[in-house]
Design a binder for this molecule. Structure first.
Ligand SMILES: Nc1nc2c(ncn2[C@@H]2O[C@H](COP(=O)(O)OP(=O)(O)OP(=O)(O)O)[C@@H](O)[C@H]2O)c(=O)[nH]1
Ligand SMILES: [Mg+2]
Length: 295
């Protein structure tokens, strides 16, 4: 069979995690309309009779502003270095700029097989697709371009086949019932972060880390989960909690519902909001919160 690792690379907010989820057929990575949603490398495994593709979702490429972002960019660079192929995800709806061309060429220069998933075609005029493909080719981007919509499930089969064809012949890397390399505990923390990204604005969600303090299953099958929502500033804490706790109650309730779906059981969720000043610039605190420990 064809099998191997495919780094999923692209600008922040391009639609990488949405595409990985829909290709794998399960939610392995959280998604939000805000850039820098993905902070860690996350594997999503797609196993068919004739191929196994291990998609490695990465933090989106974004201008660096703090130590956490720098660490995220390093994760992306390291991932691109150790795979069999690259799936470069481009937001077709955002148009093609010189920076997009430069980024694509940078990854082509690694010398690995590379495909471009030109996504979000459900929200753009059809005639822009061939025009952009021509523009890319004329600018020296010779990788094949696959127009898709992850949201509407358009042209995904063609993309999957093309990705599989880039991979070497070999054995499956994972057993066929594995869909992710991440634990349920990790996913529980990520679901909490996703609801925070969806609810709060500006720097607040980007300055949040989630620590799972308790993750226990009772004899009756229910889970008892306790989380710390760590934020960077006292005023962020007040906003996160909201008037009489209304805001935090709402997000915790949304997160709990998704956790119950993930775990297939009742969840009792407790959350605490804590402040750790400017943790995103502290190497020690980032490590404590689980970032960048995979190297
Ligand atoms: N219309 C449309 N929207 C999409 C599509 N794919 C993703 N989106 C939206 O684009 C936004 C970003 O999606 P993500 O999958 O989180 O993007 P990402 O590239 O993983 O972002 P980072 O992790 O921040 O780098 C979300 O609001 C998605 O719903 C698509 O095919 N069509
Ligand atoms: Mg993502």
């Amino acid at each position: 069979m064809k099998s191997g690792y495919v780094a999923v690379i692209g600008k922040a907010n391009a639609g990488k995690s949405t595409l990985v989820n829909v290709l794998v057929g399960e939610k392995v990575a959280i998604v939000s309309p805000k850039p820098q949603t993905t902070r860690d490398r996350i594997m999503g495994v797609l196993t068919r009779e004739n191929h196994q593709i291990v998609f490695v979702d990465t933090p989106g490429i974004y201008r660096q502003r703090n130590a956490l972002t720098a660490l995220m960019m390093k994760t992306t660079e390291l991932t691109a270095d150790g795979v069999d192929a690259i799936l470069f995800v481009h937001d077709g709806h955002a148009g093609v700029g010189d920076d997009d061309v430069a980024l694509m060429k940078k990854y082509m220069a690694l010398g690995l097989p590379m495909l471009i998933a030109y996504t979000k075609i459900d929200i753009m005029p059809k005639e822009q697709i061939p025009a952009d493909a021509k523009k890319l080719f004329e600018a020296g981007v010779t990788a094949d371009v696959y127009p898709v919509s992850a949201r509407k499930g358009m042209r995904l089969k063609q993309l999957e086949e093309a990705v599989a064809n880039c991979l070497p012949e070999g054995e499956a890397v994972f057993p066929d019932d594995v869909i992710s390399d991440r634990s349920q505990k990790f996913m529980v923390a990520e679901l909490m972060r996703e609801k925070i990204l969806l609810k709060y604005e500006k720097e607040i969600p980007h300055g949040v880390a989630i620590l799972v303090n308790a993750f226990e299953r009772h004899e009756n099958g229910a889970y008892e989960i306790s989380l710390d929502i760590v934020c960077e500033k006292k005023n962020h804490k007040a906003i996160l909690i909201g008037k009489q706790g209304a805001a935090i109650k709402e997000v915790a309730s949304f997160a709990r519902q998704d956790m119950e779906k993930l775990l297939g059981a009742k969840v009792f969720l407790t959350v605490f909001v804590k402040v750790r000043e400017d943790w995103r610039d502290s190497a020690r605190l980032m490590k404590e919160f689980g970032y960048g420990t995979e190297e």
